[in-house]
Ligand binder design. Structure first.
Ligand code: C2E
Ligand code: CA
Ligand code: CA
Ligand code: CA
Length: 274
């Protein structure tokens, strides 16, 4: 049995070795992909719930690989973070998005996700400012999406980065609202423009508790004079119930899935209503 255990150990070590090599290869791939603009922005429409009119789009990172596979952000963003390349990636995606936006109606808003680390560093905003100028993108169309937890961990620095973007005219959006830790003082101090109700509440909203939570979120937003976006609207009944509840904006597979730039341009060329 000691022999079997020895064999198991060797097998285990071989597997570890292979995994480490795979990870190193993946790291090299990710580095090259970020540097070579191989990662691209996809876009998901955000609509006015009652009319289906497209208000804006959220930019979502995708990595098309040889062979046609499209890799989602869950698989590479943690690695990009670990390599310290999040700002590089975001700026590369935004540059591509700003160029695509030349084909869109001028008032389509663009939502961009910023992670906690990007708020902490505070080095993003000067580079973003020059990018906006270089690409001639109106900052008033920019919506900066941050989660509650990103704000919690890096309060001081986050405020500065967000204030800068704010001064440029960008909107601030709380992402995944209800899933993290937020306080009323944050809502007050940061003067958010919008909050995005996390899809778990939206999808559970036929239940009494989630229904009341969604009502409370919409009530809170309206009391603060800000707008709400419901995320993860997958079914007709969700859209209908959200209209009843007075939720102004919605996003989800029921309206449109995330799509590449050329498909979005064709969609917008055909009209603003989904
Ligand atoms: P998120 O910011 O909450 O983005 C919404 C996610 O929900 C997207 O997943 C979108 O495809 C998905 N979604 C949209 N509608 C529906 C629906 O009706 N049902 C369901 N089940 N899902 C829906 P995706 O594209 O896989 O992105 C996952 C997360 O990765 C994002 O969550 C965001 O946190 C992060 N992410 C994506 N792109 C970027 C980026 O460029 N920078 C940063 N920092 N994070 C990004
Ligand atoms: Ca988001
Ligand atoms: Ca979200
Ligand atoms: Ca999320």
């Amino acid at each position: 049995s000691r022999g079997a255990e020895g064999a198991r150990t060797i097998l285990f070590e071989a597997r570890m070795d292979r995994e480490l090599r795979l990870e190193a290869a993946m790291e090299a791939d990710v580095k090259a992909a970020v540097a070579g603009e191989a990662m691209v922005p996809w876009f998901q429409p955000v609509v006015e719930t009652a009319t289906g009119v497209i208000f804006g789009v959220e930019m979502l990172a995708r990595w098309p690989r040889e062979g046609g596979e499209i890799v989602g952000p869950g698989e590479f963003i943690p690695l990009v973070e670990r390599l310290g390349l999040m700002n590089e990636l975001t700026l590369s995606l935004m540059r591509q998005a700003f160029r695509s936006a030349r084909d869109w109606p001028r008032d389509i808003h663009l939502g961009v996700n910023f992670s906690a680390s990007q708020l902490k560093e505070g080095t993003l905003s000067p580079r973003l400012l020059s990018l906006l100028q270089e690409e001639d993108f109106d900052p008033h169309r920019l919506e900066v999406e941050v989660t509650e937890d990103a704000l919690l961990n890096y309060e001081g620095a986050a405020m500065n980065a967000l204030d800068t973007l704010r001064r440029l005219g960008a909107s601030l959006v709380i992402d995944d609202f209800g899933m993290g830790y937020s306080s009323f003082s944050q809502l007050r101090n940061l003067a958010f423009d919008r909050l995005k109700i996390d899809r778990s509440f939206v999808q559970g909203m036929r239940g009494e508790l989630d229904g009341r939570i969604v009502d409370a979120m919409i009530g809170l937003a309206s009391g603060l004079g800000i707008d709400v976006v419901a995320e993860g609207v997958e079914e007709e009944w969700m859209a209908r119930l959200l209209i009843e509840k007075g939720c102004r904006f919605a996003q989800g597979f029921h309206f449109a899935r995330p799509m590449p730039a050329d498909r979005l341009a064709r969609l917008l060329a055909g009209g603003r209503t989904l």
